[in-house]
Design a protein around this ligand. Structure first.
Ligand code: AMP
Length: 282
């Protein structure tokens, strides 16, 4: 695997690959890699001659400095996992490479970044859009791979790519879960054993909410039931549970196959998110 920490040599390398007409698949990450990330590498490998993974903990998308400081960083272990997954190129810049000046472009996605993650993490999606724009400009991939795990983020990136006319095809890949249903996340590594045992409640709540809604319960009742259940567990807190339209993420009360349940909350100080499509998997 070729490893680059600077933009210029990476671009020189990739332009050579482009001359040879090798298609480029791109998997942007913040590292502390797990099987969810590796599924994106695998998807990229299956569709492209060359797979580029980036690892960059993007300060602009953290609205909470403590969360940024504590974000797990495991670069050496990540490199081994990427080698094993047969990733071709790793780009791991430092903050100075990615943010050479203080000035920052601010993105506004209208309704799309005012609800859920956008509401509870002000500025988060502007920071995501900024770093994804930079990375797409640097890597200029044919295809870029993201996880359904960050559903709202994928919708924002779709909008970004459409609005700014980035010449890239986007892929949204399924959520990879632990055997007990917990969605894999770099933040899971920070859970104590007791907290880890409680964390699957987010996925279980999505399944429970889906079934209750399908049987005609209202979102209001379902939300209150789940919030109460979490509160009684101790150390677990529901931040939001929303039913939203899959196309524009507008919150709705009307259950249909075109809706998705999205959940976020805390186990101790660790913030977890998850989602579940109302449409049953085939
Ligand atoms: P992150 O390192 O958290 O920024 O995630 C990098 C990419 O991996 C994003 O597109 C995420 O949506 C995706 N991802 C994170 N967790 C999972 C998972 N459990 N399953 C599939 N993709 C994931």
């Amino acid at each position: 695997m070729d490893v680059f920490s600077e933009i210029r040599p990476l671009k020189a390398f990739l332009s050579q690959e482009k001359k040879e007409l090798n298609s480029i698949g791109f998997v942007p990450t913040m590292g502390a890699l797990h099987k969810g990330h590796l599924s994106l590498i695998e998807a990229s490998r299956s569709e492209n001659r060359l797979t580029v993974c980036s690892i960059f903990v993007n300060p602009a998308q953290f609205n909470n400095p403590a969360d940024l400081a504590r974000y797990p960083r495991t670069l050496e272990k990540d490199k081994l996992l990427l080698e094993k997954a047969k990733c071709n190129v790793l780009f791991c810049p430092d903050t100075a490479q990615m943010y050479s000046s203080q000035s920052r472009v601010i993105f506004d996605f209208g309704e799309l970044d005012k609800t859920m993650e956008g509401y509870y993490r002000p500025g988060h999606f502007s920071g995501v859009a900024l770093v994804v724009s930079k990375l797409l400009n640097i890597v200029t991939p044919d295809r870029a791979y993201f996880g359904q795990k960050d559903y709202q983020q994928f919708k924002i990136i779709e909008k970004l790519v459409d609005d700014l006319k980035f010449d890239v095809s986007l892929r949204c890949m399924p959520i990879i879960r632990e055997p007990d249903g917990l969605a894999m996340s770099s933040r899971n590594a920070r859970l104590t054993q007791v907290q880890r045992n409680k964390a699957p409640v987010f996925y279980q709540s999505l399944e429970e909410a889906k079934s209750l809604l399908r049987h005609g319960d209202s979102m209001k009742n379902v939300r209150a039931l789940i919030a109460g259940k979490m509160e009684r567990m101790g150390d677990v807190k529901l931040e939001y549970l929303e039913l939203a339209d899959t196309t524009n993420l507008t919150p709705t009360e009307n259950v249909s196959d075109n809706t998705v349940l999205l959940i976020a909350g805390y186990v101790g100080e660790i913030r977890l998110i998850d989602n579940l499509l109302m449409k049953d998997e085939d």
